[in-house]
Design a protein. Structure first.
Length: 377
């Protein structure tokens, strides 16, 4: 009995210490992962967080290609998809759905976490806000939206473009495994402003490429403040509805209704594919231009400081014999655009610790591009 008393007392003291040290979000993380039999964030965790709706109005189903689901995937491709715990694999060719396949109980209606694919969506919202004059210039400084940043070293020089290109110089360790680092606090914490806006800048912006979720979150803060409404509402109005998305989606938020701009749009693979098709169509849906072509071109143009692997929200591979660019999520979520074959490839799932090449890009993306094009060309 006395031992139990000491254990309870120790646990309580630990909880109090964690709270005052700013680590109270750890309890949320534990309850949403380990107590549910998981070891980290996962693609089905959308219902565990508050969210803002991304509504559609007039759903339009994909037109089926004449060869829709006529070809079986070869064994080595199936093995790769199964081994990497793929949930959905969708191929669009010439604007029509050519192949779709699902595993492990997932189906056409299954909504899974985009993880960092949302970074490109946040940049798209920036582009639309610029196009509509809601934000005057991509070279506006983040401190114009949050004057308190002027008090920080380098805080008065960081532009929206720096944030979109991952050249902000933010003091942010992009580590997904250490629960004491900023990604975990942003993901499981209650207050994104407190988790992100309080970070400092460690170097002159625009001097070095460093992929950081915190940079996209700062960008999301600025866009949301300029809009005066949730990012999810603007995404619904400007993209989800015009694209005729098949389902309403949702965007995870903190406890104050602020979207996790760097991640966490929960949707299905067929609707994710429509985002890819928008890029292949240079921002057009039918006769309607819903995102400026020049801005799209900026998004998919690799930057010098990234050594030509990143643009604005999009990863780029011009080294591969079949050139492509893509949205990329933490556990192997991909929306891949293959312009020369007018093809979109979507893969969702839970690929933990996926192998990456010497330039930081997942090996699986190039593999899927090469194999899919060969199979369906």
């Amino acid at each position: 009995m006395r031992i139990l008393k000491y254990m309870i007392g120790g646990a309580a003291a630990g909880a109090v210490a964690a709270y005052f040290l700013g680590y109270d979000y750890l309890f949320s993380g534990i309850s949403k992962t380990y107590l549910k039999g998981k070891s980290s964030a996962y693609i089905d965790d959308g219902d565990l967080f508050p969210s803002n709706p991304i509504d559609t109005e007039a759903p339009e189903l994909w037109e089926e290609d004449s060869g829709y689901n006529q070809k079986e995937l070869p064994k080595h491709l199936i093995d790769n998809l199964k081994t990497s715990k793929t949930a959905a694999f969708v191929v669009i060719r010439n604007g029509k759905i050519l192949h779709e396949q699902y595993w492990a109980g997932y189906n056409q209606l299954s909504q899974t976490n985009s993880f960092s694919m949302a970074k490109a969506v946040t940049v798209m919202l920036l582009g639309k806000a610029l196009e509509e004059g809601i934000i005057g210039s991509i070279d506006e400084k983040i401190s114009e939206f949050y004057p308190e940043l002027k008090e920080k070293t380098f805080g008065n020089t960081v532009t929206l473009k720096n944030l979109a290109q991952m050249e902000a110089g933010l003091d942010w360790d992009e580590n997904y495994n250490n629960p004491f680092l900023p990604n975990a606090k942003a993901y499981y914490g209650k207050n994104l402003v407190k988790a992100v806006l309080t970070r400092n800048f460690k170097e002159e912006p625009g001097t070095r490429f460093e992929y950081q979720s915190g940079s996209t979150q700062l960008l999301g803060f600025a866009v949301r403040k300029a809009l005066g409404k949730p990012l999810a509402s603007y995404l619904s109005e400007k993209f989800w509805i015009p694209l005729g998305m098949e389902q309403n989606a949702k965007w995870s938020t903190d406890n104050h209704g602020i979207e996790k701009a760097y991640c966490c749009i929960h949707s299905n693979a067929r609707d994710f594919a429509k985002l890819g098709q928008l890029f292949l169509n240079d921002g057009k849906v039918g006769d309607q231009q819903i995102l400026n072509t020049d801005f799209i071109e900026h998004m998919r143009t690799p930057t010098e400081k990234s050594e030509n692997i990143y643009g604005m929200g999009l990863w780029i591979n011009h080294d591969n014999p079949i050139k492509h660019y893509y949205f990329l999520g933490l556990q192997g979520q991909y929306i891949i655009m293959v312009p020369e074959h007018n093809m979109v490839i979507v893969r969702t799932g839970s690929y933990f610790n996926s192998p990456k090449n010497d330039r930081g890009r997942p090996d699986q993306v190039g593999f899927l591009v090469n194999e899919t094009v060969q199979l369906f060309q």
